[in-house]
Design a binder for this molecule. Structure first.
Ligand code: SF4
Length: 311
């Protein structure tokens, strides 16, 4: 794995490109929008996350309660009108608790599906019964990132274990919901850790249908605020290696895309990325301008993946 990740960059991109062309429509990119439906005050201590209650004093992030179902669906409609075919909703919870808030999330999922969009949620840990309820509501995918390698995980999060993450992913899979699972580069991990993350993802059977590759956004007030910026070519390597290892998955260019030049983004597309998060905001951090994204897609000769029902 390390050997693959460390290949001569042009050889790595060549291999990834060949795999991509065999399994995907070349140049097609899915647009996904991501909305924070419940912001801040999360009891977990993920060192990269401004939503953790542990760093609230330093980040100054304001806590918000769960958004209203109608407001969320209005945002989903706007995202659809702007071209997104997937709508992802994130709640800063440690875990799902049965009750009115979860019922509202189920209503959001149903509403998004009724708009003919894919629906994805990220709600923290959940159990098998909750995963089944989400499946019944029509959920397309559940996001639960592994973040990094099993060995480095304890350096980033101490309030849960790697096995907790794997257990939730198993519940999602068991319920018949697609898995969205990826990681973050730039948190101080070694090349071996990056390879270890990709190896763990590729060992999931079946592979996650969606693999977000994030570059750390070093938010002031979080413990990783002074982390050095990620070398864009490292991100290209991660994308290419993910593409080779998980040929059928959507590889999503996610957080940190705003710090990439247009050229670096195009290299990521060449290396096999076939989805971006589209919209002004990624949960609580700023994202690329949508007009710039559309211009880049046009200029690079890419095309927007149609919604599954219109294929
Ligand atoms: S569990 Fe999610 S919302 Fe909570 S601190 Fe970690 S990344 Fe942030």
């Amino acid at each position: 794995m390390l050997a693959l990740l460390s290949l001569r960059l042009l050889d790595l991109i060549d291999q990834a490109r060949a795999v991509h062309r065999r399994h995907h429509v070349d140049g097609e990119v899915q647009l996904a929008s991501l909305l924070s439906i419940k912001t801040g005050a999360c009891p977990e201590d993920c060192k990269y996350c401004p939503q953790s209650a542990h760093y609230a004093k330093e980040t100054g992030l304001k806590r918000e309660t769960l958004l209203d179902v109608d407001d969320v669906l209005a945002k989903a409609r706007l995202a659809k009108e702007a071209g997104a075919t997937r709508f992802c909703m994130g709640a800063a919870w440690r875990e799902v608790k049965d009750g009115p808030a979860f019922d509202s999330v189920l209503a959001m999922v149903k509403g998004v599906r009724a708009l003919d969009m894919e629906a994805c949620v990220t709600l923290g840990m959940l159990n098998a019964a909750q995963a089944r309820r989400l499946a019944e509501a029509g959920l397309t995918a559940y996001n639960h990132n592994l973040d990094t390698s099993p060995e480095f995980y304890g350096e980033v999060v101490t309030t849960r274990t790697y096995q907790d993450r794997l257990d939730t992913i198993a519940c999602v899979r068991e319920a018949g919901v697609e898995v969205c699972c990826g990681g973050i580069v730039g948190m101080g991990e070694s090349l071996e850790d990056r390879a270890g993350l990709l190896q763990t993802l590729a060992n999931l059977d079946p592979h996650p249908e969606s693999v977000p590759i994030n570059a750390l956004v070093a938010v002031p007030g979080t413990p990783l605020e002074n982390a050095p910026p990620v070398d864009p070519l490292d991100l290209v390597r991660m994308v290419a290696t993910a593409r080779i290892l998980m040929p059928l998955s959507h590889v999503r260019l996610s957080a940190g895309r705003r710090s990439l030049t247009r050229e670096a983004q195009i290299l990521c597309f060449l290396a096999g990325a076939n989805s971006i998060f589209y919209g002004d905001k990624l949960l609580t951090t700023a994202n690329n301008d949508t007009a710039d994204d559309l211009a880049l897609i046009e200029e690079a000769g890419l095309s927007i993946q149609p919604s599954p029902s219109s294929c």
